[in-house]
Design a protein around this ligand. Structure first.
Ligand code: ZN
Length: 453
């Protein structure tokens, strides 16, 4: 389609036409997970949103034209703390969480990014970048720490619309007597004896968190690239600091041309986060629902709007996908998706608008011929939906019941006996066990019936 893609760019706070630096070599960098704990639904939103953007860019510009880099932060204070609390080594912890993270991405039907670099494999590049920043007068050493001197970079605060005075007045910065000015941020810090360290010209230590993205984006995408993404919580200070480090080290006018941020997932209108204690982990859905349902739910609101999470949303998405599978056909070659159907996706990733169009294409497919069905399925596939065969979908549903018919009858009998003995606690326990396995029990007119939930 010759239509343009538009994205809301946080650098200008406007929706802008996407113009790549080189349309055969589009670069997108998205900040990935800090691997100290298993990912939750809030972490899943950027995975799905930027996966869709990756797919759309490939659809428009060609499948070999886009490099999508998503890093893994495998050294960080939170990781050190978690390894101590769980009494396992840092490498064991990060290995385990990375495996779980990748499996969660598969469950959410996200494609692998082109590159998934780890911070600990790029410490040498970070040290090189710090040396450059010191040489150019943007960074200084103080008591074994290296700091970036924020007031040397005149455009600091442009992305987040913050002024230096306000930052200090609002105490949004960590105060330390090592710093020349309070807003300066750390590029390198010394490690204690029992903490991981790397050798550097400034002693044994480890990098500050912000630096890794500047080093790894440069390695894989160059000093200036097209799109930088992440959750809105990364806008300040993380992305602001990435820009300061990269632009000063590389002498460039920009780091990325388009800065795209997704909003939070909320529960009862409160942000879902570990510190709030209201998180739902992705892995806990794996035995209960098909990943497509979660995926559709995650794109049911526009990425810039908060998405309030609830069971009703999942039920609606489940019913939708169930209905859509009624017209499923295996596709050998994808059909062309009509331009008018695609428009919302090109218009700042308007996924709810696109889903509304999918409903219209479904209606056409339901009444039409195989060609209409193929168009509908191709349009679903573009956003990673209906790309399991109908058999896989039905198999999952069967697996969801996780129990044979024989066992169900046996359990019901045991429950009836418990009820006869007035052991209602035991009876309720059996009912809940069955429910956990997807079997719903109903008592009516002295008879017990069951169905798959
Ligand atoms: Zn980052």
């Amino acid at each position: 389609m010759n239509k343009d893609i538009f994205l809301t760019n946080n650098l200008s706070n406007k929706k802008e036409k996407f113009v790549p630096i080189d349309e055969k070599k589009i670069g997108m960098y998205v900040c990935g997970p800090t691997v100290y704990d298993n990912p939750h639904i809030g972490n899943a939103r950027p995975l799905v949103i930027f996966d869709i953007l990756f797919k759309i860019l490939k659809y428009k510009y060609g499948k070999n034209s886009v490099t999508y880099v998503r890093n893994i932060t495998d050294i960080d204070d939170k990781i050190i703390k978690s390894s101590r609390e769980n009494n396992i080594s840092i490498s064991e912890l990060t290995k385990k969480i990375i495996t779980n993270f990748n499996s969660d991405c598969d469950f959410l039907i996200c494609e692998n990014p082109s590159e998934q670099p780890k911070a600990t494999e790029h410490i040498d590049l970070m040290i090189k970048m710090i040396a450059e920043l010191i040489n150019k007068g943007f960074a200084y050493e103080s008591n074994k720490h290296i700091y970036f001197q924020v007031n040397k970079f005149k455009e600091y605060g442009k992305l987040s619309n913050k002024k230096l005075e306000d930052l200090v007045a609002g105490s949004r910065v960590e105060v330390s007597e090592n710093k020349k000015t309070p807003e300066d941020f750390v590029l390198w810090k010394p490690s204690d004896d029992n903490e991981p360290f790397w050798n550097s010209p400034w002693g044994k230590g480890r990098p500050g968190w912000h630096l890794e993205c500047s080093a790894m984006s440069k390695k894989f995408l160059g000093s200036e690239f097209d799109i930088h993404g992440g959750g809105i919580d990364l806008l300040f200070p993380h992305h602001e600091n990435e820009i300061a480090q990269s632009r000063c080290a590389n002498d460039t006018k920009v780091l990325a041309n388009y800065w795209v941020h997704n909003a939070f997932i909320t529960m009862s209108n409160e942000k879902m986060s570990k510190s709030q204690g209201n998180i739902l982990r992705i892995k806990d859905f794996k035995d209960k629902i098909n990943g497509q349902i979660l995926r559709l739910a995650l794109m049911s609101a526009h990425y810039k709007q908060p998405l309030d999470w609830n069971d009703k949303l999942l039920d609606e998405c489940k019913n939708t996908i169930e209905k859509w599978y009624n017209v499923y056909l295996p596709l050998k070659i994808p059909s062309k998706i009509p331009n008018d159907a695609l428009l919302p996706l090109y218009d700042d990733l308007n996924t709810p608008g696109y889903i509304a169009n999918l409903h219209k294409l479904f209606d056409r497919a339901n009444e039409g011929d195989d060609n209409d069905k193929k168009i509908f399925i191709s349009a679903c596939n573009l956003i990673g939906i209906l790309n399991q065969t109908k058999k896989e979908w039905l198999d999952f549903k069967k697996k969801k019941s996780l129990i044979s018919e024989e066992d169900i009858f046996e359990k019901i009998e045991l429950r009836n006996k418990a009820r006869e003995n007035k052991d209602y606690k035991e009876a309720d326990k059996i009912r809940d066990e069955l429910l956990d396995k997807g079997v719903l029990i109903e008592d009516k007119d002295g008879k017990t019936s069951w169905k798959i939930k």
